[in-house]
Design a protein around this ligand. Structure first.
Ligand SMILES: *[C@@H]1O[C@H](CO)[C@@H](O)[C@H](O)[C@H]1NC(C)=O
Ligand SMILES: *[C@@H]1O[C@H](CO)[C@@H](O)[C@H](O)[C@H]1NC(C)=O
Ligand SMILES: *[C@@H]1O[C@H](CO)[C@@H](O)[C@H](O)[C@H]1NC(C)=O
Ligand SMILES: *[C@@H]1O[C@H](CO)[C@@H](O)[C@H](O)[C@H]1NC(C)=O
Length: 407
């Protein structure tokens, strides 16, 4: 007996799990030298909180920051082991939006600039907002067919592990175009199209016209194109984010480029085309010349507003925009979903401005366009966070829904 005990203690001294490895389904914790059973796969899409080795100090309650549900704690989680403490796994809530289908001869498209700029530029609740956004959008608009996103520069929610695309896929919105990117500029364009129906063809065009004196010069701004098959009908949808600020002749040029780009697709006259996105042209401005030119180049028509809200960017009603705006101003209408009227024309077309919000209000660490010390996410309760704001709006823009009915 004594001999066996001595033998065992020698084994544990000489052969640590770092040397011998662990059985299948277990991993060696280098800090304790013990095999630990790996976490089971999550029941639903999930994200881990806490970075190894030294930021494993989150608590189950932290899942609530992102409107997620606490699942399990584990010292290794999805990466390397924590030196102390554990990581926390958070799951998407069990409650899914109950999606509905409208008839095939009807198309419902939402354009949404979600204001998800890099943590290297700013902290304004990007993660808290974009984690909430897919549910809020789909639950209140269960029959939407297509969502065109702008300003998804990081990927949304937990870009690496639980991004907007993964959440939408889980909710029944599984088709996407590629993100606009170019080797010539440092930032991606933040633009892609999500669809409930198969995307049978996709393409993108990065705008040539861009103002070199603006931030846009460094991003792959352009237009994303998807040919979507809803039932037996093909719809051609574009999503764009046009020049912000800068010289006024840029935007009509970008619309001209879009029109030229679509010509290369040889789309039959009998198939509908819908343009959408953030055009950065205010239809309530005193000078709408550039907007008129743009609409003309695209053979489009701006549909009437059929909702109670009359602006897509309004610091008087939007708490995120209110925090980023210093001088009061009336709301402006910058985002559009509009049909091409030279191709198959809708028999009815309307736009409705939506206002998805998180309920209740949620805290975020706020440091708008500061040079951040940490080019990563920061929790509102972190000691490095100097300012906390409670917000409800999910972006500084409101999404616009376009509803089009065809013969
Ligand atoms: C882990 O805990 C030990 C002992 O309390 C401490 O010496 C060490 O600094 C801790 N490591 C980290 C990364 O917090
Ligand atoms: C973009 O610019 C390049 C180089 O100036 C030119 O060759 C190309 O035709 C332009 N494309 C469009 C769509 O304007
Ligand atoms: C929306 O706002 C514009 C500009 O202020 C105004 O001309 C228009 O009448 C408004 N429409 C509605 C329905 O309130
Ligand atoms: C922000 O909201 C407050 C109160 O709701 C309002 O008085 C103020 O004018 C708003 N700021 C801007 C820039 O619109």
């Amino acid at each position: 007996m004594k001999i066996i005990l001595i033998f065992l203690s020698i084994v544990s001294v000489v052969f640590t799990c770092q040397d011998t490895g662990c059985p299948d389904g277990q991993s060696c914790n280098p800090y304790t030298d013990q095999c630990v059973v790996d976490p089971p796969p999550p029941a639903r899409p999930a994200a881990w909180l806490g970075d190894e080795p030294d930021f494993c100090n989150r608590s189950p309650d932290d899942c609530k920051h992102f409107n997620l549900e606490y699942d399990i704690s584990h010292p290794k989680g999805d990466g390397d082991f924590c030196e102390n403490g554990t990581k926390i796994r958070c799951l998407i809530g069990e409650n899914k939006p109950e999606l509905e289908n409208s008839p095939d001869n009807e198309l419902r498209v939402i354009a949404y600039n979600v204001f998800e700029r890099s943590f290297q530029i700013t902290w304004d609740g990007q993660r808290e907002r974009t984690c909430r956004l897919p549910f809020e959008l789909l639950d209140k608009n269960r029959d939407v067919d297509v969502i065109t996103f702008q300003e998804v520069f990081m990927g949304g929610c937990f870009a690496e592990s639980l991004n907007i695309r993964q959440i939408l896929t889980y909710y029944g919105f599984p088709y996407f175009t590629d993100l606009l990117e170019s080797d010539d500029v440092p930032s991606n364009g933040g633009i892609f199209i999500a669809s409930k129906w198969p995307i049978v063809e996709q393409d993108m065009h990065i705008y040539n016209a861009s103002d070199e004196n603006t931030w846009d010069w460094f991003a792959a701004k352009g237009v994303s194109y998807a040919k979507i098959k809803k039932g037996d009908t093909f719809y051609h949808v574009t999503g764009t984010h046009m020049q912000a600020g800068g010289s006024s002749d840029i935007k009509p040029k970008q619309c001209q480029e879009t029109a030229d780009f679509l010509k290369t697709k040889s789309i039959p006259q009998s198939e509908p085309i819908v343009y959408s996105g953030d055009f950065n042209l205010n239809q309530w401005s005193s000078n709408t010349e550039a907007l008129k030119q743009c609409v003309q180049f695209l053979d489009a028509e701006i549909p009437p507003n059929e909702g109670p809200l009359n602006a897509t960017s309004d610091p008087n009603t939007n708490d995120v925009l209110n925090l980023t705006t210093s001088n009061p101003r009336p709301g402006s209408w910058l985002d559009y979903v509009m049909p091409n009227i030279a191709h198959k024309r809708p028999t009815s077309a309307v736009q409705i401005v939506l206002k998805p919000i998180g309920t209740p209000a949620f805290p975020v660490c706020w440091c708008e366009q500061c040079i951040s010390l940490d080019p990563d996410y920061i929790y509102p309760d972190d000691e490095d966070c100097d300012r906390v704001e409670r917000i409800q709006d999910l972006s500084d823009h409101y999404p616009v829904l376009g509803v089009f009915k065809y013969d």
